[in-house]
Design a protein around this ligand. Structure first.
Ligand code: C2O
Ligand code: CU
Length: 478
């Protein structure tokens, strides 16, 4: 009898603990099924059986796409989609791209931000010849760093981006990231100048020298190739947005009314700690990694909004905010754990023995009286390279002598921004693109690893780069 009741008690105890476990394993709240379908990016089949290799064929070709409702626009695409396919692999993996040019003019593919060998940088005339119409080029390199990167042409770049040539390259870290950063959405921001009556893309030299001086912004702002798509969101449940600005000239300053963003990373890797902000600035060429917790009553819509950013005369005057993505809230409020420890962050570079480089971003006139931009008053076509040696650390000071800001980009190497006093900007981070405010200064430190060759640097307002604001660093072995 005694033994039997003990047995019963034990059974009851086991039952109780089992139901307890069931409770602990209750499914965690989820985003609505297909929540990001409206923002889905195209992908390409992997032609390699090797897990550590992503091998694709990427054809640049003109395709008609309905960018504005009811209008057909002949878009220059990578792989037939706008934007081009998302290429996703792990840090340390090898990317093999069989590139085919079916466009009516020469082009190339530059892998923005990736620390690759010089010959794979896609920058004619230095690292390769342009790929002629009907031509091919095989790109093959290891992606060493995690982060969101992107690819775009480096030949007649402003126009070719304006026609639609850009895509995202997402590199996951080799070791898994902390759980609980939220469901991921990659957002490729861009714009396009479309004739609303015919759907044709407007001429890429619109506005002449004034257009060049300001940097041409297309009237249709696009997120993943769409005008104002809808992203669905479970009330209170964190999402992770990985954003790249692929526009030829436009700065994207973003707000989500009633919400703040937590920046958890920048162009490569996670931060040590999140940084909260109400307004998120994404420079042309740059990327950011943020978490957002959409909040609101079910059925409510909150809108990711482009806000005019003051980058010089004409950038905020008479301009209104614009809607980019509607975020539609669904369901009762989800209970979510606090953000996990990010565990990222980078050590500041050792600047002992660093050499200095002074660069001025300048505006001038060509012999025929047209606008010509330059580095130290020299346009790219006449530029002599700056020099650097493998293993060298340099501190650059970039002075902006113009009345407009310039997003400065260095190929092939990350740098760490410094402030006016020479201290590291916090949080210390690796970047490849950073702003030089109008009449202001950008300082940064860069250390060159063993990838000699001719590396470009330029303004990522591509109208400016094409007008001459581009230079190169000749990196040699010591
Ligand atoms: Cu996005 Cu020369 O670069
Ligand atoms: Cu510029």
């Amino acid at each position: 009898m005694r033994a039997a009741s003990r047995g019963l008690a034990l059974a009851a105890l086991l039952l109780a603990s089992a139901s307890c476990e069931e409770e602990a394993q209750a499914p965690s709240p989820r985003q609505p099924d297909g929540f990001a379908d409206a923002l889905a990016l195209a992908t390409l089949p992997d032609e390699s059986p090797d897990e550590a290799v992503l091998e694709v064929t990427l054809e640049a070709k003109v395709i008609e796409i309905e960018v504005l409702p009811g209008r057909k626009t002949p878009v220059w695409t990578y792989g037939g989609s706008l934007p081009g396919p998302l290429l996703r692999l792990k840090a340390g993996d090898r990317l093999v791209v069989h590139f085919v040019n079916s466009l009516p003019e020469p082009t190339s593919v530059h892998w923005h931000g990736v620390r690759l060998p010089n010959a794979m940088d896609g920058s004619p005339p230095h690292t390769q010849d342009p790929v002629e119409p009907g031509g091919r080029f095989d790109y093959e390199f290891v992606v060493p760093d995690p982060g969101l990167f992107w690819y775009h042409p480096h030949e007649n770049s402003a126009a070719q981006l304006g026609y639609g040539l850009y895509g995202a390259l997402l590199v996951d870290p080799a070791t898994p990231e902390p759980e609980g950063l939220g469901d991921e959405v990659v957002m490729v921001l861009s714009d396009m100048a479309i004739d609303e009556a015919t759907g044709a893309i407007l001429p890429q030299d619109q506005g002449g020298d004034l257009g060049t001086l300001f940097g041409r912004e297309g009237g249709a702002m696009l997120v993943n190739g769409k005008v104002r798509p809808t992203l669905r969101a479970r009330n209170g449940l964190r999402q992770r947005w990985r954003i790249v600005n692929a526009a030829r000239s436009r700065y994207f300053l973003l707000t989500l009314p009633g919400h703040s963003f937590e920046r958890i990373g920048g162009e490569t890797g996670l931060y040590a700690e999140p940084v909260a902000t109400d307004q998120l600035l994404v420079l042309p060429g740059s990327r950011t990694d943020v978490v957002v917790t959409p909040n609101g009553a079910p059925g409510e819509v909150t809108t990711l909004t482009w806000v005019p950013y003051d980058r010089g005369y004409g950038s905020i005057e008479f301009r209104d905010p614009a809607s980019l993505v509607d975020v539609a809230i669904e369901g009762d409020r989800a209970e979510v754990d606090a953000l996990p420890v990010l565990g990222g962050g980078v050590e500041p570079l050792d600047l002992t023995g660093a050499t200095t480089v002074d660069v001025r971003l300048t505006q001038g006139e060509a012999p025929d009286g047209t606008l010509e931009l330059g580095i130290n008053d020299v346009p790219f076509a006449q530029a002599e390279p700056f020099v650097a040696e493998v293993g060298e650390t340099q501190v650059w000071t970039v002075h902006n002598e113009m009345d407009w800001a310039h997003p400065f980009h260095l190929h092939g190497f990350f740098f760490q921004p410094l402030d006016e006093s020479g201290a590291f900007v916090q949080p210390v981070e690796w970047r490849d693109t950073a702003d030089v405010p109008e009449r202001g200064t950008l300082r940064f430190a860069v250390r060159y690893d063993a990838r000699p060759g001719m590396w470009m640097f330029h303004c990522h307002i591509l109208d400016h780069a094409d007008a001459g604001m581009m230079g190169m660093v000749d990196l040699t072995m010591p």
